[in-house]
Design a protein around this ligand. Structure first.
Ligand code: S3P
Length: 433
């Protein structure tokens, strides 16, 4: 199969792009509604391979989904009457599916087996299995998928204390188990990871209180289903934001983008690099802040990206590294060790991408140093990582006109979170004259 795409450098990007629904919120809209008994309509759900994995897994426990026009209808008997799945829950490439659903499985009176693709099988799972075991669930003696979680012993204890990494997936896993525990839980995060789970469960009637980075969960409250309108995904918008910032003369508007402060680090970093980013029409949709974002091309400068910015710009770091490669001066990324355990080792794969395009880059355990310049077209590999494929496309669009196209191998990886990405790129790319 020829799974390579060739992307030519582009002139100014001008227009409006409606990016698909937020991936993190889509997973949660499916899972949280499945926990309650009843029906809910989800508008703007991201239709991608990762969300299909969550739907397929929930179906195996007895939840029904129905397409209704552009929307998805969730019809659930409620978590209390989920039935044992006849087969393994295959989470494909999706870390969010496997980690969040593990927490749900801890509250079910039977064993659930989980697995995923080769990339997911390489990612650390003790970070969810250890806390679930601490709460009294039986779990497999495994570090990675495949593994099982068994809540048949019942009587989950509350969780009380810190979690090891600032990870919304780990936090959400514990929250889902905590809803089914016999005691209250207190979960303390080391950093401000995305809080979509807490927001949605509170809206559905859960007894959850958030104080900074501490989450109190009191079990027992009855959840009700709730219709959700999913905002556009800031992680998908980021590709066009960064491409527009890099290409002089560009002006791209992205309507209806989720700008939850725990997700919007990309705006803070771009602004600190000198980008022209405008947020208009701020409002709330289904309990999440959204705005229309316009980015215009401007000169960018190197920056230091570390601390809480790492958590709030986590999935955008490969593309911000691409921005740094075109900026004037040096950019350093620190505290980003988590990038090593994403869909690929994103410190290694981003460095390799930039290297291939002629950028001076050094990497270390928790980050990298990028010397800005004028990257040129090359042949690069996404390593099957959707975010790498799209970061490479941004680099290709902004690269030196003289140096020709960039060939991106394993380009279909975008199906994981943004299946229409290449079509959108074709529509928006401007052929320079
Ligand atoms: C996600 C949390 C983050 C992020 C991932 C989606 C989520 O992962 O990188 O793409 O929806 O909870 P971690 O929780 O592992 O940091």
């Amino acid at each position: 199969m020829n799974d390579s795409i060739s992307v030519e450098p582009s002139g100014p990007l001008v227009g409006s792009v409606r990016v698909p629904g937020d991936k993190s919120i889509s997973h949660r809209a499916l899972i949280c509604n499945a926990l309650a008994r009843g029906e809910a309509e989800i508008r703007g759900l991201l239709e991608s391979a990762d969300c299909r994995s969550t739907i397929a897994c929930l179906r195996q426990w007895g939840v029904e989904f129905e397409q209704s026009g552009d929307n998805i209808l969730v019809r659930s008997p409620g978590q209390a009457v989920f039935h044992r799945s006849a087969g393994v829950l295959d989470c494909g490439n999706s870390g969010t599916s496997i980690r969040l659903l593990s927490g749900v499985a801890a509250g079910l009176p039977f064993r659930t087996e989980f697995d995923g693709d080769e990339s997911l099988r390489g990612r650390p799972m003790r970070r969810v299995l250890d806390p679930l075991e601490q709460m009294g669930a039986s779990v497999a003696d495994a570090a990675t998928a495949p593994f099982w979680v068994d809540g048949s012993a019942g009587r989950l204890r509350g969780f009380d204390g810190p979690i090891a990494v600032a990870s919304a997936q780990v936090k959400s896993c514990i929250v889902f188990a905590a809803l089914r525990a016999e005691e209250p839980s207190r979960i303390v995060e080391p950093g401000p990871s995305r809080d979509h789970t807490e927001r949605m469960l509170i809206a559905m009637g859960a007894d959850i209180e958030v104080e900074g980075e501490t989450i109190h969960v009191r079990p027992g409250a009855e959840l009700h289903t709730s219709d959700v309108e999913v905002p556009a995904d800031i992680s998908a918008a980021a590709y066009w934001m960064i491409a527009a910032a890099l290409i002089p003369g560009s002006e791209v508007t992205l309507p209806n983008v989720g700008v939850n402060p725990r997700r919007s680090g990309v705006i803070d970093v771009l602004t600190s690099m000198g980008a022209n980013v405008e947020l208009r029409n701020p409002r709330d949709i289904s309990g999440e802040p959204v705005a229309d974002i316009t980015v215009r091309g401007s000169k960018l400068y190197g920056a230091r990206i570390d601390g809480d910015l790492i958590v709030t710009a986590l999935d955008e770091l490969p593309t911000l590294a691409v921005a740094a490669a075109f900026a004037e001066g040096v950019t350093e990324i620190h505290d980003a060790e988590e990038l090593r355990v994403k869909e690929s080792d994103r410190i290694a794969t981003t460095s390799a991408l930039l290297n291939a395009m002629g950028v001076e880059v050094e990497d270390w355990r928790d980050g990298m140093r990028i010397v800005g310049g004028q990257p040129r077209g090359a042949t690069v590999d996404s390593h099957g990582d959707h975010r790498l494929a799209m970061a490479a496309a941004v680099a290709a669009l902004a690269s030196d006109l003289e140096s020709g196209p960039t060939t991106i191998q394993r380009a279909s990886a975008v199906d994981i979170s943004y299946p229409t990405f290449w079509r959108e790129l074709d529509r928006l790319r401007h052929v320079p004259v």
